[in-house]
Design a protein around this ligand. Sequence first.
Ligand code: NCD
Ligand code: ZN
Ligand code: ZN
Length: 451
Amino acid sequence: MSGPSTDRNRPTGHSGYAPDLLVVGADVLGGGTADVLVRDGLVAAVGADAAADAPSDVERIDADGLVLLPGFVDLHTHLREPGREDAETIASGSRAAAVGGFTAVLAMANTNPVTDTAEAAERILDLGAAAGLVDVVPVGAVTKGLDGAELAELGLMHRSRARVRVFSDDGRCVADGRVMRRALEYVRAFGGVISQHSQDPSLAGPQACCHEGETSGRLGLPGWPAVAEASIIARDAMLAEHTGSRVHVAHVSTAEGLDVVRWAKARGIAMTAEVTPHHLALGTDLLAGYDPVFKVNPPLRPDPDRAALIEGLLDGTIDAIATDHAPHARHDKEHAFVDAAFGMLGLETAFAVVHDLLVADGRLPWRDLARLMSVAPAAIAGLADHGRPIAPGEPANLVLVDPTASVTVDRDSSQSLSRNTPWHGASLTGAVRTTILRGRVTAHEGAPTSC
Ligand SMILES: NC(=O)N[C@@H](CC(=O)O)C(=O)O
Ligand SMILES: [Zn+2]
Ligand SMILES: [Zn+2]
């Protein structure tokens, strides 16, 4: 797969040629040590051939003790551009993504204006390409202006240069069953998928901000009941079956919701589900101090739900880990708990949180981590160049991680324009060392590479 040798001398750029790279001594997917040669954006050789094929002036990356994985793919990122460039831009979110080990992120549609036209989707694609650090893949809105009533230009968005395949009104639930049915019927024609924010708004008051249960009662916070999630997932499962179309459950957070996903899959319904690192690792008890950094939608759940989500992740019911990276400006978070914005940062901490929680103790093997953070999300979103095997001829979208590094999270060293990480001050085992997009290093040791 090697190109003509003169290509090596071409300038580096996000769409240009990168110099050859030789990753030396990486543990490839936890399956054993090998060298990996990267040339012209592709994996050129793996194993004994790699060093032999490399030119003498090759750029070497010492990967002793590091694990090499396919670059992570985030099905669920909020980048805030256009509209709230004070909280995040496509460029700043791309830096955070690259530092977090991601090579592709799906940018949610709840921007201002909403991504509900082909032009809006192409604009996000172009801004992502200009930033050049990660493939920014626009998610299209299901309904115009996220109003829940009138379908957006689903077909035009799909046929645009952005090739939109994932549609979501995330931030809001597509609550009207008739609208959801139409959307499913529409996207079936081109293999699209609806990513649903599963939360029946009629089952909670407008100020709901806490899991409904013992803690919400004690803290006096209006609650979201688990049934608001499970009932929408059940309805959508039946609509997916009825239409022969595909539903993806965004940020599943309850044992009940997960049980419905398990049932739907057993029935052969085309339903997939993602879970966030924060719903795996953080519980409702953190709300005791009313710190809005822990306010997120869906809310943090009690420990039995967290245990169920971990079980669902390990038994394959949950397909993917997605960050729901939701940056918010300080003045939108610094309010009384009920008035603060929902959401927390996730791109830069996702790997470390999941590694610390599940990989370090051996519960989640490296191959399964790669499946959950790269292979399955790429398949769900239809991204042909991501989540690929690490083998000759494959696109070199890769991440090197250090399983022994212990890192204390510091919100002030974040690449995001926002600071709302719930892990500030936490020590986590596992760190992203180097991210490679189409053969070019996009981030190294916490710093993005300018292109
Ligand atoms: N997750 C959140 O708490 N907030 C998200 C919206 C969403 O994912 O529902 C946001 O856009 O801020
Ligand atoms: Zn959501
Ligand atoms: Zn979201």
